[in-house]
Design a protein around this ligand. Structure first.
Ligand code: PHE
Length: 476
């Protein structure tokens, strides 16, 4: 069967290479960089974890990101249809499109809990915005945050939020609505515009707050915490965690990158572009650590406080630091921007698919899918209060203790993303037409050979091993 020309997705495109890079960096840089990476690194042996993570990014993440872009630009369609077309052009079974389907489903599921967490960020933007305003009106805009509250009240704000299903669902709804609105506006007027404004603002804030932390906080302690290697902590589960984090942070295996690749023009050299995006994402993760830990150490807080680090510990730190009220507000605005450009890419994958598959208009597809994803997210929000005892996959040892949100996070991050990545590597490395892949990759000679070796051999073997031992730790 000859594929019908794709009117819905194929006719859109980025207006420039810069727009594509900003949108893709926006997809990659998100909650994963700012609260997951620093905490994971801190808890798992600092420098040793960081080194292993860098290896995962360079040897697995970067080659796979290029593979996603190559599939997208060759197929010029949504993730499922793109794989299907590349398979057809390569004369192999179109059933490979299954991994395109896994990618889209993974992105869709990630969006549902991502939006819940981003909702917490909105809540904190609201709280710290109100705090800054009242300090400013009192003529003291540069004092510490929440001057009239005790420390317990400040660190208890997160508990208050979690205990209230109504508030959690409200902020989750708000975030999802903004995401839907941007995606419904299309590639040019929605996704690209958002990235063009939000990403530069993000980088300015990141640099400012990092400099602030370096001067007012304990930078030396942060450096040694993040970079002193303790190789004894680098166990198999920790390696699994690092690989999963690399996939999540680079947005691999979640449909967004294939879809973004479909909008890239012929003039863009994909190889160096994938490298730029991966390295930028990784640099942001490292800088985020150097932004957060000096502040944490300045007031002697526990660096391994997990996800609560950002929502519970940092506000306490902002309370005692000069200018804390303003910095606190800017800090949560920064995370909000990062989360938004990522959630857009999470919704764009399923949206493009529904437009192609069912001929839906973009606004309809985005609203419908966003709404269903919102409903799934409600279950995650209720998992902190009314359904606090629910363990959806409690029968499986690796999910025995995890609540609804963490289960969805773990299931997508530890299973779906690497599985899709494994199939992607096998497809691009072994089955897709070599000349097609070579011409799309923008690589030649030794670089092409190296990339192909990594995709065909290293990625499948490493990902398969890590998946196996991650899912069945008792094998070790
Ligand atoms: N990379 C994003 C982050 O680090 C999350 C994400 C995952 C976005 C998968 C798109 C696809 O927060």
């Amino acid at each position: 069967m000859v594929a019908t020309p794709n009117v819905q997705v194929g006719e859109q495109g980025w207006s420039s290479r810069t727009a594509f890079i900003l949108a893709a960096v926006g997809a990659a840089v998100g909650l994963g960089n700012i609260w997951r990476f620093p905490t994971l690194a801190g808890e798992n042996g600092g420098g040793a974890f960081v080194l292993f993570y860098l290896g995962c990014v360079l040897l697995i993440g970067m080659p796979l990101m290029l593979s996603e872009f190559v599939v997208g630009r060759s197929g010029k369609s949504d993730a499922v249809q793109s794989v299907s077309r590349v398979a057809e052009q390569s004369g192999v079974s179109r059933r490979w499109r299954v991994f395109g389907g896994i990618e889209i489903l993974a992105g869709f599921l990630i969006l549902s809990f991502y939006s819940v967490v981003a909702g917490w960020v909105i809540y904190y933007v609201w709280l710290s915005g109100g705090d800054f305003l009242s300090n400013a009106l009192a003529g003291e805009p540069l004092r510490g945050a929440f001057p009239d509250l005790g420390q317990d009240a400040v660190s208890g704000m997160m508990g208050d939020l979690f205990a209230s299903p109504g508030r959690l669902i409200l902020v989750h709804a708000l975030f999802m609505a903004v995401t839907i609105w941007i995606v419904a506006n299309g590639v040019h007027d929605g996704i690209e515009k958002a990235a063009l404004w939000l990403m530069p603002a993000f980088f300015v804030l990141l640099v400012c707050i990092t400099i602030y932390g370096a001067f007012t906080g304990d930078f030396g302690e942060a450096l040694s915490f993040l970079f002193t290697p303790d190789f004894s902590k680098l166990t198999a589960p920790v390696m699994n965690e690092a690989l999963g984090q690399a996939f999540f942070s680079l947005s691999l295996g979640a449909g967004g990158l294939i879809t973004y690749g479909a909008y890239v023009g012929k003039d863009v050299n994909l190889g160096p572009t994938a490298a730029t995006i991966s390295l930028t994402d990784t640099a942001v993760a490292l800088v985020a650590g150097l932004m957060i830990f000096p502040i944490v150490f300045a007031v002697g807080l526990d660096p391994s406080a997990g996800p609560a680090l950002i929502f519970q510990s940092l506000p306490v730190a902002f309370q005692t630091m000069p200018g804390g009220s303003l910095i606190g507000l800017l800090f949560f605005v920064l995370i909000f921007f990062a989360a938004l450009t990522s959630s857009i890419s999470l919704l764009e994958g399923p949206t493009a698919w529904a437009m192609d598959r069912f001929g839906l208009s973009r606004p309809k597809a985005a609203s419908l899918l966003g709404f269903v994803s919102f409903l799934i997210g409600i279950a995650c929000a209720l998992g902190y209060n009314v359904w606090a005892d629910v363990r959806p996959l409690g029968f499986w040892s690796i999910f025995a203790e995890t609540d609804i949100l963490d289960t969805l996070d773990g299931f997508t991050g530890k299973i779906m993303l690497p599985l899709a990545g494994l199939l992607l590597a096998l497809f691009v490395g072994w089955r897709a037409d070599r000349r097609l892949v070579e011409s799309q990759s923008g690589l030649s000679g030794g670089m092409f050979a190296l990339w192909r070796f990594l995709v065909a051999w290293l990625c499948p073997v490493a990902v398969a091993l890590i998946l196996l031992f991650g899912l069945f730790p008792s094998l070790l």
